[in-house]
Each structure stands twice: as structure tokens, then as C-alpha cells.
Ligand binder design. Structure first.
Ligand SMILES: [Zn+2]
Length: 250
């Protein structure tokens, strides 16, 4: 068994730390100082690092961490600093816990996610009430990745890499003004942020109920998308419409 902590860094990133006994693994250490302070405060030894994708706010801490710890760094082969390249279908065993490697392209083409029996570490693919921007993957890739995550057990914890839930929910409410689950989540999220608490992890079940990007086949979401792109009909077309709409949403 392990416990999970969200270590904040930069404006709105989280480094996820899985802890078992005095050992820990970190996911997406963008900022070494924030992680080192957490490890020291909790008297933990880092035993491995997992990386989802190549953006600097996810890997920026790797060089400094390498000076402190000779530990395996798992992630996509194309990223500098990865010592143990992994790809979809691989399974790892860390902290005595099986961890599956999933391909989740879309935000970037090489993006990976990591899944334990309880928790998903999905980087910039799925966010609280939203999803990552599509950079060098395709809209179809991103939609397929999100559908793969949506099919996980509903109780799976969603450990994403950014605290974007509050602004994502404003968009979700614009897409589905009648969705009571979104209204309830807005209220819950406001309370957590006022107390300076993370709004994540959420769960796959909560995302299925309140995240428009996982609801591209729901009649209300389809109708909202068609107000922007009248010809949108397939889930990928609805997803693409939502993603472009969100990019300009204030
Ligand atoms: Zn990113």
C-alpha cells in the first residue's frame, strides 16, 4: 500500500509523490526544489521517477534530482534524462506496487500515463473537468486517449498535473448549464480553493459526470457543440469543437 501526495510547484503544477514506508516515487518532477523540500520534510528517500511527457514543467527538475539520487527515471524514450524508457503495455513494479504504462497521445505524441490499482497519473491528458490542449498529437488521438481513461473503473483516482479545475468548470457550465453535477462540483471546488486545498485527485466517475470532454456523446454536449460547429456529429467532431471553443473561452 502507498499513500499519494500532491506537491505544488510553479503556479499550478502538481508533482505527485507515492509513498510507502520511507520510500517514495515522484511523477513529473518539474521543479526539483519543491520535491526535495517535500522529501526532506517527510524524511523520504526517492527510489524512482515517472515522466509523462517532455514539457519543461514536468521534467525541469530531472538534472538536479540526478545530482542527488541515482534512481531510475522511467518515461518516453525520446526525452533527455530518461534512464529507463518505457512504452504502452509495459508494466513496472515500484514500491511493491504494479504500475501499468498506458499510451495517451494527444497533448503530445509521446505522452504516457501510469496506472496502479487505485490511481491514474495522467499528466496533461485528463484534468479536473477538462483536458490538455492538443499540441503535436491529433484531436482524434486525444479523444481516443480520453476514452481509454474514461473506461477505467469509476473509483480510480485521477492524479493530473495541474490545478485547473476551477477554470475548467466555468467552461463545463457553459457547455452544460443544466448539469447539476457540474453545479455541485463548482461549489465544492470553490470551498477547497478558499481553503488552499488541491481539487484533485478526482475520480473517473466524477469526471464522467462533469467533464464535457468525456461526454461528447451526451445530447446536451452535442447540442452545445453544434451551436459552434453546426455539422459536428461524431464524438471526435464534438470533441474537436469543444477543444477549439475552450481554447478561446474566457
Ligand atoms: Zn504539457
Amino acid at each position: 500500500m502507498f499513500s499519494i501526495s500532491a506537491v505544488p510547484c510553479f503556479n499550478d503544477n502538481y508533482i505527485w509523490v507515492l509513498q510507502s514506508g520511507r520510500e517514495a516515487i515522484a511523477v513529473d518532477p518539474g521543479d526539483a526544489a519543491a520535491l526535495l523540500a517535500h522529501l526532506q520534510h517527510k524524511a523520504l528517500t526517492l527510489t524512482a521517477v515517472l515522466v509523462t511527457h517532455r514539457h519543461s514543467d514536468h521534467i525541469g527538475g530531472l538534472p538536479v534530482l540526478a545530482e542527488h539520487f541515482a534512481v531510475p527515471v522511467y518515461g518516453p524514450a525520446s526525452i533527455a534524462g530518461i534512464t529507463h524508457p518505457v512504452r504502452a503495455g509495459d508494466s513496472l513494479r515500484l514500491l511493491d506496487t504494479p504500475i501499468q504504462v498506458l499510451a495517451t497521445p494527444g497533448h503530445t505524441h509521446e505522452h504516457l500515463s501510469y496506472l496502479t490499482a487505485e490511481a491514474l497519473f495522467c499528466g496533461d491528458t485528463l484534468f479536473g473537468a477538462g483536458c490538455g490542449r492538443v499540441f503535436d498529437g491529433s484531436m482524434a488521438d486525444m479523444h481516443a486517449s480520453l476514452m481509454r481513461l474514461a473506461a477505467l473503473p469509476p473509483e480510480t483516482l485521477v492524479c493530473c498535473a495541474h490545478e485547473y479545475t476551477q477554470s475548467n468548470l466555468r467552461f463545463a457550465a457553459a457547455v452544460e448549464p443544466q448539469n447539476d453535477g457540474i453545479a455541485a462540483r463548482i461549489s465544492d471546488t470553490r470551498t477547497k480553493r478558499l481553503l488552499d486545498q488541491p481539487t484533485v485527485p478526482s475520480t473517473i466517475g466524477l469526471e464522467l459526470a462533469t467533464n464535457p470532454f468525456l461526454r461528447c456523446d451526451h445530447p446536451d454536449v452535442v447540442a452545445a457543440a453544434r451551436q459552434h460547429t453546426p455539422e459536428a456529429s461524431t464524438p471526435v467532431e464534438v470533441f474537436t469543437t469543444l477543444r477549439n471553443w475552450k481554447n478561446h473561452f474566457k
